[in-house]
Design a protein around this ligand. Structure first.
Ligand code: PLP
Length: 364
């Protein structure tokens, strides 16, 4: 009795979680540096706010996320009606596709870019068109050309990019925005924006109804388990989310935690510093082992293993056997790399110890 659309969908989710892998292994990982989480954790204020709110969990949460939305607006210098809060970028991407792309509509992304977006596009019956990466970067010119060619309703781009960690300067994104075909909405995913040089994020312009910017508390704010993100855009576009969003989707604890996170910008700076140091250490370890780390503006480093995807998969699998949870890009040619998350010093000690053996194992 599934709908024809549901029947046509693969019975899969985009990611196999580390928990599922641990169940299969029968033992926990020793380092969890594969899902771009922040191992440095949330601000202690977040933990306090969430525990303080726990006793009030009998109350439904505020369906308007009023306090958090107002605080985000003040923080970003936009109006509250330019912001919609939701269940992480992942949840908001689902709503966005539902609002703007129906069965048969064209949607454009890069081949090997964030798979959860594709998951939603396919789930709503829209049609994905992909352009290749160019020199391990998403390729804005090719994306716009494809959007023009297909009459796309949505164009997805992540800056900085996942899985490669590469990025374009704000001026490139501004040019992309000015070249969007009429009727096409740019989904600019800035999940890693806080880690990137300031010159990466174009100024916020909430008067442009063709651009939605997506940000999250999952990465730099260390709250991936709480599921909270937000989109910033034109008020009319933002208000459309009220037609489809899950109004009680944000728990009271999540709302309180995100508010506390935003109010502790010193913790954010601390995390950014630790992350940057970890990026350098990963690059050093890679170079010592004869590999090529890509420059990264995110909280992970894509390390080019110098051969094909098969080789990188063997390295990954040997690292897994050594107790390290790491992931890698899904498609060629990006899959010659493995993607290593910014771990604690102890995590990266394990990486340093395990990598030579993993490479030896991968070589024929
Ligand atoms: C991690 C990630 C997300 C997920 O964000 P949530 O707010 O946790 O749903 C979205 N986009 C990209 C590119 C990511 O890497």
């Amino acid at each position: 009795r599934l709908t024809p659309l549901a029947q046509s969908l693969p019975a899969t989710v985009p990611f196999v979680g580390p928990e599922a892998q641990e169940r299969a292994r029968g033992t926990p990982f020793r380092a969890r540096i594969g899902a771009n989480e922040s191992v440095f954790g949330p601000s202690p204020g977040v933990v306090r706010a969430m525990s303080d709110t726990a006793a009030e969990v009998w109350k439904y949460p505020d369906p308007e996320n009023h306090e958090l939305t107002a605080a985000l607006a003040a923080h970003l210098g936009v109006a509250a009606d330019n912001i919609v809060v939701g269940e992480g970028i992942d949840g908001l991407l689902g709503y966005t596709v539902r609002l703007f792309a129906g069965p048969g509509d064209a949607v454009v992304t890069s081949d090997g870019a964030y798979p959860t977006f594709n998951y939603h596009v396919v789930g709503h019956g829209a049609e994905l068109h992909k352009v290749p990466y160019k020199d391990d970067h998403e390729d804005p010119e090719a994306l716009v050309a494809k959007a023009r060619e297909t009459g796309a309703k949505l164009l997805y781009m992540s800056n900085p990019d996942n899985p490669m960690g590469t990025w374009h300067g704000a001026e490139v994104l501004s040019a992309l925005m000015s070249e969007l075909p009429a009727g096409c909405l740019l989904i600019l995913d800035e999940a890693y924006g806080e880690f990137a040089p300031a010159s990466t994020l174009p100024p916020l312009d909430t008067s442009n109804p063709q651009v939605l910017r997506f940000r999250t508390f999952s990465k730099a704010y260390g709250m991936a388990g709480a599921r909270v993100g937000y989109a910033i855009g034109d008020a009319a576009v933002v208000s459309a989310f009220d037609r489809v969003r899950n109004h009680f989707g944000m728990t009271r604890m999540t709302q309180a935690g995100a508010l506390a996170a935003l109010n502790d910008q010193a913790w954010l700076s601390h995390v950014i510093t630790e992350t940057s140091a970890a990026r350098s250490r990963i690059a050093e370890v890679a170079i010592t082992n004869g590999l090529s780390p890509l420059p990264s503006a995110a909280n992970f480093v894509a390390v080019d293993c110098g051969h094909d995807g098969g080789f990188a998969r063997r390295v990954l699998s040997a690292l897994g056997d050594a107790g390290l949870f790491v992931r890698m890009p899904f498609v060629a040619p990006q899959d010659r790399a493995i993607r290593i998350g910014c771990g604690t010093a102890a995590d990266l000690d394990l990486l340093e110890a395990a990598l030579p053996g993993a490479l030896a194992h991968a070589r024929p």
